[in-house]
Design a protein around this ligand. Sequence first.
Ligand code: ATP
Length: 607
Amino acid sequence: MMRMGPMGRGFMSEEEKANRPKVTGALLKRVFSYLKPYWKQFLLILCAIAVSSLLGLYPSVLTGRIVDALAERSGVGVLVQLILLSLGVTLLSSLIGVGQNYLNSWIAQHITYDMRNKMFAHLQRMSQRFFTSNNQGDIITRMTSDISGVQSVITNTFTSILSNSITLIAALAVMYRRNWMLATLGVLVIPLFVIPSRRAGRTRWNLTRESQACNDEINGILNETLSVSGQSLVKLFGKEEYEYGRYKDANGRMIRLNIRESMAGRWFFMIIQTFSSIGPMLLYLVGGILMMNYNQDITVGDITVMVALLGRMYGPVNQLLNIQVEWIRSMALFTRIFEYYDMPVEIQNAPDAVTPASCDGSVRFSHVDFSYDPERQILYDVTFDLKAGRSVAIVGPSGSGKSTIINLIPRLYDCQGGAVYFGGTDVKKLDLAFLRSHVGIVSQETYLFNGTIRDNLLYAKPDATEAELIAACKKANIYEFVEKQELGLDAMVGNRGLKLSGGEKQRLSIARVLLKNPALLIFDEATSALDSISEAKIQEAIEPIIQERTSILIAHRLSTILAADEILVVKDGRIVERGQHQELVKRGGVYTELYETQFKKALEAAE
Ligand code: ATP
């Protein structure tokens, strides 16, 4: 992420320079396409900026007239008029400024609202592969800070370019109209102020970055050495002296940097103060000489106006010099965001997707090959047939590809070879929403939202009646637990369901799937050992469900396996054996081994 010190706005880090985006016409067009819906408001802002920038300069001009009125003793009436006018103009320009601020933030917020919604909708359509291969923090950064950064482009960069340019041009025009010689002098002294202040800014910025790096290093040392395991390592290897030296060294560097940084700040202000007073003094001097010695047509008021306008020019000049960097930074943000927008949606509805009238839940895998990454194939020639109303248990060693097989049914991933049929139709040709609404998965890692039990159940069927909720809970063997809760269905499940035990969570997710009432039920049995009572409860819940609908069970326990009509044994991505328990046990193959090492033990433990 970009990290900037307060003085760093006008400078780019090496990293930013290296990642400089290519600002092409296409990119600009795309950026402006987000402004387009708000062009009327934008036009209004432009007018407001123009008017308020011009009005903002007017009091400086009036100051000159006030001075002249004083010098010429024009009378109190004139003086009061000028003063009131000056105050009125300042007030008006501030009021316009307020309106401009409101419009500005209104547009910026609306644009980020559009962009965030678009991003969220796009991310929702991204495939499982995207979420497994991208860092969650990175995704959230793009959603939040990158898009907020864009907001600052709209509020700061665009308006800053405009208002500063107008202020500068108008100030110069007024100055040249008054006296071209003094005006030219004013322009010439500008670098006198700008160059030193930019140099000081850069030095300070570098120091801030250095001290940030040093601070990170110190935190690293503290984290490593002051943790329990870190300390024991230090003690066991007798590294106390070494670590102390390392810390002392970094700490010493830190204080030197801090002192330099605070002094750079002092120097910075000293330089700014000195140089910003040189300009006005020069104007007074040259203006005075022209007025007194050469009898030029210059009034005291003219000189005052020049000095006041010069003062008004420093800020805009500095800000305009920073604009280029801000502009590049903003374009980098837009590029990062567009990168996400442009990621293709890997799994989507086929143009000729069909939505059958009904679905029997049958599944057929025909010579399916699959890999997550091109380098490594996970499934080889997987073929099996699950008839409607029947059930199949998939067993196999850890990592053999069981979960991968079931991921292909609701199209969390698409297979590369062969085809998967659901209800007789190739899943790639089925309407995605139809397909997913007919497949229910009770996964190993039950995910519950932070909310009440009721909220989590209604997620599957928002219009479920109280009676339906209770019936589902009873079927899933969780109703007894719900009844024990003081708030019943309205009891909170905690963040990710942390207030519930593993078994309770899984039974709740069974209830949730039952409410969804899918044609095909997939049950991914927990590998981690639950206590036998909890397991028995899940078993009790799941068995009758399996009997009444088409189901696939990724099974780790014999009782679950026995409940299925057929067993598929998967090893290294291939179905190596299939059949009934009795014959498979006798065969002396992979299943026999699994039975001896896993199922039998679990059975004995349960007894
Ligand atoms: P377990 O019983 O331990 O859950 P499993 O039989 O269900 O295992 P899978 O989860 O299907 O096994 O994994 C099969 C292989 O695919 C594993 O070697 C795993 O490392 C790999 N794999 C799983 N998910 C991904 C992914 N998203 N990207 C890349 N490889 C993956």
